[in-house]
Structures are given as structure tokens and as C-alpha cells.
Design a protein around this ligand. Sequence first.
Ligand SMILES: [Zn+2]
Length: 397
Amino acid sequence: MSVLITNIGELVTNQPGERAGAAEFAAAAGAALVIEEGLVAWTGLASQAPAADQVVDAGGRAVLPGFVDSHAHLVFAGERGAEFAARMAGQPYQAGGIRSTVAATRDATDDQLRANLRKLAAEMLAQGITTFECKSGYGLTVPDEARSVAIAAEFTPEVTYLGAHVVPPEFDADRAGYVDLVCGAMLDACAPHAKWVDVFCERGAFGRDEAAAVLAAGQAAGLQARVHANQLGSGPGVQLATAVGAASADHCTHLEDADVDALASSDTVATLLPGVEFSTRQPYPDARRLLDAGATVALATDCNPGSCFSSSMAWCIALAVREMHMTTQEAVWAATAGGARALRRTDVGHLGVGARADLVMLEAPSHAYLAYRPGVPLVAGFWLNGEGVIEGIQAGS
Ligand SMILES: [Zn+2]
């Protein structure tokens, strides 16, 4: 069955190749789009649209590619609201806070972890995130990491093995022993369920040589690399990410000129997570410096119970525009096509012919409203793989 969505006020297509560089945001007014068998079959002017089995009148609303959230930590138990409140009262964020979530996650049953992930995935979809990445990293034992990636794989193909999140307390006196475990038995148990290997390369987490060992072992097991890099201070994370051909270096809050150059001259996406800086009250990354240098920039939520417990990509877009001086076009591109690049996906993040029909319809005439009306729920409906969930919008045939 084909579906024609017509009378679209602004259709954001992000069709690859229309324009070069990070500014390849592309949109059309008075547009229409046809979905067939789960894919985008046609886009163009509404006045030239072909016939279809079903017609949806968008009523002048904007339609965008579904958001692609390339960085989220959704397999966990417990919550850290009190830690957030204490931080807002003046205590600094430290990577070791992860340990409280590790303890709660180890204590949880599979069904409790699954139910929490299901709830968060539904929350994301309702806010227009149609593709999300999900990391392990709160188990930090072989069985707890293995069940984390297995449960994540029930909800998304973008599963990341993050055994190297922090060194768990039982290995405080034997860091090397933990890195060996992450590169050995834990990797063997997790690799069958994962696409990605990630490491938190940061003071207080893993140093350069430890992180390099983790990524090399993961790549040897068939996983692709991504890196938590340069969040809390300058460090080797970005250089390591580009050197190993990682798909993405995530955070990029504290960059030296050489880090910017490395990102601009590589295929490694700079994934910015402004919700973290908001929630930890830290300076935002310098998005303009990266964009002006020619780096590819993605925006992601980093939804996790410690440093940013938000599943709202719209809010990240608003922060990127208001606080990081990205244009509304750059921010929406980064939250859709940029996220797809960070996951090395060509089928999502744009609405070119042949793309997956993952669409978001806004209760607004243009993408700019995502930043212009911050905090307001603007998703009027969405299509996931061509299946529509739209409320209060007339569909006829
Ligand atoms: Zn993260």
C-alpha cells in the first residue's frame, strides 16, 4: 500500500549530495512525499504528486526525517535524582558516580532492565527519535555486560559494548586485570550481540593505552569503534578515535587545535551532547569551531541516569542553537543526518528516495520551531518504517 503525505509546509529531506559539507540541510516548501513498502518512494512539489492508496493531509505542518540518536545509555536500573540535585547545589560531576548505577543494575532482574529500556525507547519514539544507539556499561561483569547487550539488541540494531565505562570497584587494585577482562572473556560474551565497541577515554576512567587496547580488541572481534572523548578535559580521546578510524568521537567538549584538525580531516564524526553540559553545568562544546573547520557534527542525547537524564532531541537542538551558536538548519541536520553518519547508516537521517520511511511530523510549520518553541511537545505524529502513528490528522483514500 502506498501513502501520500501532501500539503507539507516544510519537508526536510537532507538528501545526500545536494550540497557539500555539514550544511547539506535541504528543505522544500509546499511539498509532498510518498511512502511505499516502508521506504520513501517519491518527494517533490505537492502539485505534482502521484496518486496513492492513502492520502494524509499534513495541513501545512513540517515533516522531517526521524531523529537519529547516536549516543544513549539505556540499560540500567535505579536513578540519581539526588546526585543531580547535589550537583546543582555546587558539587562537581565525577566519572565515579557511574558506580552507583552499576550497583543498582547488577541487582536488577533481566525483566526490570528490559522494562526500563522499553519505557525509555517509547519515550524517545514519542519525541521523534526513530533510530537510537544503546550502550552497555553499567554491568561491568561478564554476565552483566552480556545480558545488557543482549537486552539492548531486542530494541535496536545499534548496540554498543561499553565494558570500558569505568573500572568497577572490585578491580580498584588491578586496573590491568580489568582491561584484560574487557578485551577477553567479556568481549567474547558481548561481541555476538553488538555492532560497536566504545571506551570512556578520560581521566578517572581509561587512559590512552588502555583505551587503545580495548578498541583494538573490539575491532579484532568484528566490532566498529566509537569513543567517549575529551568530555571533562583535554586528553588523547579524539586523537585515538581518529587514529583507529572510529565512526564517532563523542562529547568533544575540550579540544585542542590538533583535535579539531584531526576531526576535520577524518571520517570521524564529532558528536556533541549539549544535554550533558546543561545537566552538569559545564561549558558547552564549541560547535562553530568544528563546523567552520569542516568537521562533521552530530547531536545526540546521551540519555543516561547520571550526567543527562533526557530523551529529548528537540531540547538538544534548542540548546545547540541557543548555547552553541549552531543555525537551526545545522542543528536539525546534526540530529538527523549527522547522527546517521555517526552510526555509519545511509538509510536513515534523510528522506531521499529509497530511505527508510522514518518521518516526524511537527505541530509547527517549520523545523525552526524546535528551537523557537523549546520545551513544548511538537511531535504531531511519526512514521516508523512506513507505519504511521498520527493523532488528530485526517487520512483519506
Ligand atoms: Zn555517554
